[in-house]
Design a protein around this ligand. Sequence first.
Ligand code: ADP
Ligand code: ADP
Length: 225
Amino acid sequence: GVGLEIRHIHKHYGAFHALKDIHLNVPPGALLTLLGPSGCGKSTLLRIIAGFIGASEGSILLDGVDVAAVPPFQRQTAMVFQNYALFPHMTVAENVMFGLKMRKVPKAQAKQRAMEALEMVKLSHLADRVPAQLSGGQQQRAALARALVTDPKVLLLDEPFGALDKNLREEMQVELRKLQESVGVTTVCVTHDQQEAMVISDYVAVMNHGVLEQFGTPLEIYDTP
Ligand code: ADP
Ligand code: ADP
C-alpha cells in the first residue's frame, strides 16, 4: 500500500460548498472509513481521491504524487461501487479480466490472475457464471476481485455492503478486513453505518455537512463523548 494525503480539499458545486477544508493523512496499508449521514460529502471526497472529479482547492497525494497530475489510464486506484457495476453479459471471470484486457495484459496471464483474484474472494467455482446467477454477497465478492486483480495502490469502496442484509453484511465486513490486511492495499471505504466503521477501520473520518468533524482510530472516536 501507499500513503494517502488528503490536503485541504474544498469542493464547490456552483454556490454550494460540499467539502470544506478536508485534511488528513492515512499511512500505507491502512483502512480509512469516511463516516457520516447522507449528503455530508463522502462520495464526493471518494470521487476526488479516485480522480473522477477535481477538487476546487487542495490536493490528493498518493505516495507523494498528486493524483490530478496522473493520466486516468495510469492511475493505480480501483473502485467498488454500491451496485457492483458488473457487466451483465460477461461471466464472472470475464468481468474480473476486463481491467487487465484494458491494460493489454496477455490473455493467458490475465486468465490466471483473474482466477487467483477469484480464489482470494472464494469465488473460483463460480467463474463461468454471469452476475445474474450470483447472490448479492457473491456479486460483491466478484466486484472486489475485479478491483483487486489490477493490484491497485489504493482501493476505494462506496458503501460496499449497502445492498446486503444484516447477517451477510457482517460476514462480508470481516472478510473484507482479512482480505485488505493480507493484500496490504491502502483502502478508503464510504459508509453511513457507525457499527461498520468501528469493525473494519484503522482510522475513521467522521464527516458532517462537508466538514471533517473527527478523525482517529475507532477507539479514539468511540471514546469521544
Ligand atoms: P454523500 O456521499 O455523503 O451522501 P455526496 O458527496 O453524494 O454525499 O453529496 C454531498 C452534497 O453535495 C449533497 O448535498 C449533494 O446533493 C451535493 N452534490 C453531490 N454531487 C453533486 C453534483 N454533481 N452537483 C451538485 N451537487 C452535488
Ligand atoms: P450517493 O449515493 O453518492 O449519495 P446520490 O444519489 O446523492 O448518490 O448522487 C447520485 C449522482 O447524482 C452522483 O453522480 C452525484 O454527484 C449526483 N448528484 C447528487 N446530488 C446532486 C445535486 N444536488 N445536483 C446534481 N447532481 C447531484
